[in-house]
Design a protein around this ligand. Structure first.
Ligand code: FAQ
Length: 311
């Protein structure tokens, strides 16, 4: 019977059909999805912090309203993703506990500080841009609940990306000081954004298996290359430079060549030793502790409500 279940799973994957929560799945497939979806969810909620830093200092009411909406969307993406992870038989409380005790990761990019308003532009343009490049193929992920969650998330991310582009475009075409601020933000966020796609293919532990399972549709390096190619033209429209002297069009490859990435930096940040890792974790754990009374009150209210509906 075990062989028949495995064969049915293999058939669904081979025919590019979806695996749903009640279907049998190999333990490794389940574990990989829990790891990736949980990391993704954690990234969304930790990713609220660098932008939250600028809500009170947005340069206009319009910018403030947009930024609040964006950060709220990120909370929503987190909830969506935790719910998708729960369909695999894990508990949200448990996933949060693993984040808080450093047993699960979140994206390296959110461990960099946001030093100026222009960073809101660079995050929108580059970080959300990289997120879209990585997540559009995930809409076709073999696991149904994750793929479906990605459809809505990607629509919202593309709005986020455009608002970032617009912030940078405005600053870049503003006063010399504003242009300088925009350029400085791009200089700081460019290389960390390329690292978001993960280690190079030859040292990516999971790519081959995840591709075979229809979770990953493209490798880390393939998506990173697409992202570089897309950004070069957009930077031109923005009137900003990408901080890479080696960036050149390669006629033969029909892609841009780019300079070497400092992988030791990515490894350091993933290990917990980036500029803001300690800050981000302290803030997250603090918010969770401070929010305990809200969770208790909500549970008490739900219990009371459940009693009443019985009567
Ligand atoms: N940071 O074998 P691989 C967003 C880990 S976008 C930290 O290549 P895989 C939107 C990796 O998990 C950001 N860790 O792994 C937003 C693995 O860990 P392990 C979130 C990284 O999974 C915008 C190990 O290294 N997006 O939040 C990173 O096949 C603005 C080996 O790597 C997603 O999570 C990294 N950069 O490929 C929100 C997308 N790279 O096994 C707010 C979904 C790798 O030690 C504001 N995830 N690692 O536990 C994915 O597509 C994949 O998981 C990859 C990594 C591509 C990230």
């Amino acid at each position: 019977e075990a062989a028949a279940r495995q064969a049915e799973f293999d058939r669904l994957i081979a025919q590019d059909q979806r695996i749903e929560p009640r279907d049998w799945m190999p333990e490794g497939y389940r574990k990989t999805l829990i790891r990736q979806i949980a990391q993704h969810a954690h990234s969304e909620i930790i990713g609220m912090q660098p932008e939250g830093n600028w809500i009170t200092r947005a340069p206009s009411l319009r910018r403030k309203a947009i930024l609040i909406a964006k950060v709220q969307d990120e909370a929503g993406h987190g909830l969506y993703l935790y719910s998708a992870a729960e369909t695999l038989g894990v508990d949200r409380e448990d996933l949060l506990d693993q984040l808080h005790t450093g047993r699960q990761k979140y994206s390296s990019i959110f461990n960099y500080p946001t030093l100026s308003w222009a960073d809101m532009g660079a995050i929108g343009w580059l970080v959300d841009g990289a997120a879209i490049m990585n997540q559009v193929p995930l809409c076709r992920c073999s696991y149904g609940p994750y793929g479906r969650a990605m459809v809505r998330v990607c629509k919202e991310e593309s709005f986020h990306q455009r608002q970032g582009f617009e912030i940078l475009h405005t600053l870049s075409h503003g006063s010399p000081a504003q242009h300088e601020m925009a350029q400085d933000a791009v200089n700081r966020f460019w290389w960390p954004s390329l690292m978001m796609f993960g280690p190079p293919d030859e040292s990516s532990a999971h790519t081959v298996q995840s591709a075979a399972w229809g979770i990953k549709r493209f490798s880390n390096d393939e998506l990173r290359q697409r992202f570089v190619d897309m950004c070069v033209d957009q930077a031109r429209i923005l009137g900003l430079r990408l901080p890479d002297p080696d960036l050149t069009w390669n006629e033969q490859r029909q892609h841009y060549d780019f300079g070497p990435i400092d992988w030791s930096e990515l490894n350091r940040v993933i290990r917990g030793d980036g500029p803001c890792n300690a800050d981000r974790m302290a803030r997250r754990v603090g918010a969770h502790t401070d929010g305990a009374w809200v969770r208790e009150a909500a549970s008490a209210y739900a219990a009371k409500h459940a009693d009443r509906s019985v009567v």
